[in-house]
Design a protein around this ligand. Structure first.
Ligand SMILES: [Zn+2]
Length: 173
């Protein structure tokens, strides 16, 4: 993705609640490896269960606030797949996160969307893992580019589905 400014990233979060106006950026923001990543992902240092994902859609920053769900003990022996990079990893390397849909209606406050995501928000590492290439397969760079496109579009689709709730609610009024 292209490099973004702090202001762009802060303004991009589609589902901040009225009490959560402050988006704390990561300490390494100035060193973000923009060209290697398809989303900027970080945890709030003072509230580590809060995580942010920001990507780029039609040249605009588009981001979401997530909360890591408590670990589900029933699932701790399984491998899980990340919904964004589609890697299957050990159960503790993929976690369930939820996004609160923006709504002014208190009755809808439990309206959340879930996402399985690499716990360390490090999908980019998986994206750049060298594929095992067969003779007639596309070039490694092409395989990685295709993967990244897929991940980018899934990330955009997820964040839009979080913010779309607001539009639907407005239409119903
Ligand atoms: Zn992932």
């Amino acid at each position: 993705m292209r490099p973004m400014t702090r202001e762009e990233v802060r303004a991009s979060i589609v589902n901040l609640g009225p009490t959560e106006k402050k988006v704390r950026l990561p300490a390494w923001f100035d060193d973000a490896p923009w060209h290697r990543i398809d989303y900027l992902g970080w945890r709030d240092m003072r509230a580590p269960k809060r995580a942010y994902l920001v990507t780029e859609a039609d040249d605009q920053a588009l981001g979401v606030l997530l909360r890591q769900a408590p670990n589900d003990a029933a699932h701790t022996s399984r491998a899980l797949m990340c919904d964004l990079c589609r890697s299957t990893r050990r159960f503790n390397e993929v976690s369930l996160f939820t996004a609160q849909r923006p709504s002014r209606d208190k009755r809808e406050r439990l309206n959340t969307l879930g996402l399985h995501l690499c716990t360390d928000l490090d999908c980019a590492v998986k994206m750049h893992t060298k594929p095992i290439r067969q003779t007639f397969d596309p070039l490694v760079d092409d395989i990685i580019a295709t993967r990244r496109e897929g991940m980018r579009s899934r990330t955009i689709a997820f964040i839009r589905s979080v913010s779309d709730a607001q539009r639907t609610t407005r239409r119903q009024r």
